[in-house]
Design a protein around this ligand. Structure first.
Ligand code: XMP
Ligand code: MG
Length: 182
């Protein structure tokens, strides 16, 4: 089914304000410390690049790419690591940067898995949160914006690999499910 952008849900100015306020909280909380931002590809790449430029604490970045297993095993929250970090995060103050928290399964798995690598601390920063769809509890220390249960694209988020480049967060027409890729 063809999909088209239906309407802008969150405009670029509002997104920029969200980034500034999340960044200000991180700057305050991590003052005097160095932060390792772990970007979950691909969706979080736009948010990462905005967020890192409003941070005034020393920052290092790294990337990982994950894929959820099919619906049969998704309730376990096991995710496949497609690309692991280059860096050793032991002793680092890690902030996992995600595009969106949906069921919570991906972030819960990532947080537990990264915790076994003995970081000094670990927190999660997600641009968007859809609490209506949560299946498992996961502590998300920094949430940019809470959104209704709609499938969104733009600002890094895709449908079928497209629309990531839209500067605004938009809702698609003919919404028949959660068709995005990681
Ligand atoms: P969890 O494990 O929290 O997974 O269910 C979150 C991941 O699901 C994708 N996702 C979306 N992607 N628009 C998208 O483009 C959406 O509205 C959406 N909701 C969830 C996304 O990859 C996220 O990292
Ligand atoms: Mg993602």
């Amino acid at each position: 089914m063809a999909r088209n952008v239906k309407h802008v849900l969150i405009g670029r100015e509002e997104i920029a304000g969200m980034v500034r306020s999340v960044g200000a909280r991180i700057n305050a909380d991590y003052a005097g410390r160095e932060v390792m931002l772990v970007c979950v590809l691909k969706g979080a790449c736009v948010f990462l690049s905005d967020l890192m430029r409003v941070l005034d604490v020393p920052v290092a970045i790294d990337f990982m790419s994950v894929s959820s297993y099919g619906s049969g095993t998704s309730t376990t929250g096991t995710v496949r690591i497609l690309r692991d970090l280059d860096a050793d995060i032991a002793g680092k103050h890690v902030i996992v940067v995600e595009d969106i928290v949906d069921t919570g399964l991906t972030l819960r798995y990532l947080k537990e898995m990264l915790s076994t690598r003995r970081p000094a601390s670990i927190a999660v920063c997600a641009a968007f949160d859809k609490p209506a769809r949560r299946k498992v509890h996961v502590e998300v220390e920094y949430v940019g914006m809470t959104i209704p249960d709609e499938f969104i694209v733009g600002y890094g988020l895709d449908f079928g690999g497209k629309y990531r480049n839209l500067p605004d967060v938009c809702v698609l027409s003919d919404d028949d499910g959660q068709g995005g890729t990681k």
